[in-house]
Design a protein around this ligand. Sequence first.
Ligand code: ZN
Length: 61
Amino acid sequence: MAHQPEEPERYVCEGCQAVYAGTAYAEDGGHSFEAPTECAACGSSSFVRFVQWTHHSSSET
Ligand SMILES: [Zn+2]
């Protein structure tokens, strides 16, 4: 298995585009990340994964 430093998933707030690091939680012998429940800046609870967000933006040219 490739040894890579673990990087938290990042999420983008749909309301104001603030970027948050996902919160890590344990899951079946490994761990996953989840979006914050609420944006501290605008109060929105809609988050898009950073990867999906960049795909979304680049397809809009
Ligand atoms: Zn926000």
